[in-house]
Design a protein around this ligand. Structure first.
Ligand code: 13P
Length: 293
C-alpha cells in the first residue's frame, strides 16, 4: 500500500457527515477512516456519536476504521478504546518533547495491549482545530532526525507530520506568510527526508485545500493517510445554503439536509479517487489485531 495509495480520514460530528462519508466509500468500493475530534464528541455526546459511527461501520459494505483525532486526555482515550475504536491519536505535540514522549509511550503501552493502533504528532500543524490554535510556523515543522528517534522510542504505528498543510481555512496573515514561503503549500522535500528515516505510515493533517498534485506526490513519498474535514464542511455548507435559498417553502429537516449530505458525499468521493483508494476495499482489513465491533 505504501507509496501506491492512501486512505482519507474524514472527520464527522453528526449523522449526515457519517452517512455521506460511508455512502461515498461504498460507491467507490474503498476502505475509509471515520474520525471524531474532541469537539465533535462534545457537540454530539460521546456515547451517541460513537454509537452512531459504530452502527454505520457495522452495516457498511466496505471496511471502516473508527479513529479518534487529536486527543491529550488519557481517560477519554481509554473510554474510546473500550467503546471499540480501532485507533487513536495521542496529541501531546503542544508539550515539550520529553513530555510528549512520556504521554505517547504510556498511551502506546495501554493501546497495544488491547490491539489498538496509535498515531502521534511531532512538530505542530498550523491552523485552528478544537483546542489547538497554532499560528507561527517557526521551527514547528517535523524534524526528520527527531521523528526517527520519536518513532523508535514510542513504538507508535503512524506519525502525523507537520510539513506545511494547515488545519481549517488559513485566514490568519501569519499563517498565510508561512505558506507563501513553502512555494506549493506542502514541503515535499521534507516529506521525503522524513520518509528516509521513518518507515511507519505517515499522516498528513489539514489536507483540505492541498493541491491535487501535492497530495499525489505525498502519497508517492509515504503519506498513507490524509485527514480531511474542511473540504467536506465547505461542500455541505454551500449546498445547504443554495437549497435553503432556492426552496424557501421547505421546512422538513430531512429535505433541507439531504442535498447537503449528497454534496458532502460527492466531495468525499472525489478525495477517494484522488488518493487512488477507489476499488481497494476488497481484501482490506482494518487493524487485524482488533476484533470487529
Ligand atoms: P482540514 O480541516 O484542514 O481538512 O484538517 C482536518 C484535520 O487535519 C483533522 O485532524
Amino acid at each position: 500500500m505504501l507509496g501506491k495509495y492512501a486512505i482519507p480520514a474524514f472527520n464527522t460530528s453528526d449523522l449526515e457527515m457519517t452517512q455521506g462519508i460511508i455512502r461515498a466509500a461504498e460507491k467507490q468500493k474503498a476502505p475509509v477512516i471515520v474520525q471524531t475530534s474532541v469537539g465533535a464528541l462534545e457537540y454530539a455526546g460521546i456515547d451517541e456519536l460513537v454509537g452512531l459511527n459504530k452502527a454505520f461501520a457495522r452495516e457498511a459494505k466496505i471496511p471502516v476504521a473508527l479513529h479518534q483525532d487529536h486527543c491529550h486526555d488519557f481517560n477519554l482515550i481509554k473510554k474510546l478504546i473500550s467503546l471499540g475504536y480501532s485507533s487513536v491519536m495521542v496529541d501531546a505535540s503542544h508539550l515539550p518533547y520529553k513530555e510528549n514522549l512520556k504521554l505517547t509511550k504510556a498511551v502506546v503501552s495501554y493501546a497495544h495491549r488491547r490491539g489498538v493502533w496509535v498515531q502521534a504528532e511531532l512538530g505542530r500543524i498550523l491552523g485552528n482545530e478544537d483546542w489547538q490554535n497554532v499560528k507561527s510556523g517557526d521551527d514547528l515543522m517535523t524534524d526528520p532526525d527527531q521523528a526517527a528517534e520519536f518513532v523508535r522510542d514510542t513504538r507508535i504505528d503512524t506519525l502525523a507530520i507537520a510539513v506545511g498543510s494547515v488545519h481549517g481555512i488559513p485566514v490568519d496573515p501569519r499563517i498565510k506568510k508561512v505558506l507563501s514561503t513553502l512555494k506549493e503549500h506542502v514541503d515535499i522535500d521534507r516529506v521525503k527526508a522524513i520518509r528516509k528515516k521513518v518507515k511507519i505510515p505517515l499522516v498528513m493533517h489539514g489536507a483540505s485545500g492541498v493541491p491535487d498534485k501535492q497530495i499525489r506526490a505525498a502519497i508517492k513519498h509515504g503519506v498513507a493517510v490524509f485527514n480531511i474535514d474542511t473540504d467536506l464542511r465547505v461542500a455541505f455548507n454551500k449546498a445547504l445554503r443554495d437549497n435553503l435559498k432556492k426552496h424557501v417553502e421547505v421546512y422538513d429537516p430531512r429535505k433541507i439536509l439531504a442535498p447537503a449530505t449528497e454534496a458532502l458525499s460527492k466531495a468525499a468521493e472525489a478525495k477517494l479517487k484522488l488518493m487512488y483508494t477507489s476499488g481497494k476495499a476488497k481484501g482490506f482489513r482494518v487493524n487485524p489485531s482488533r476484533p470487529r465491533t
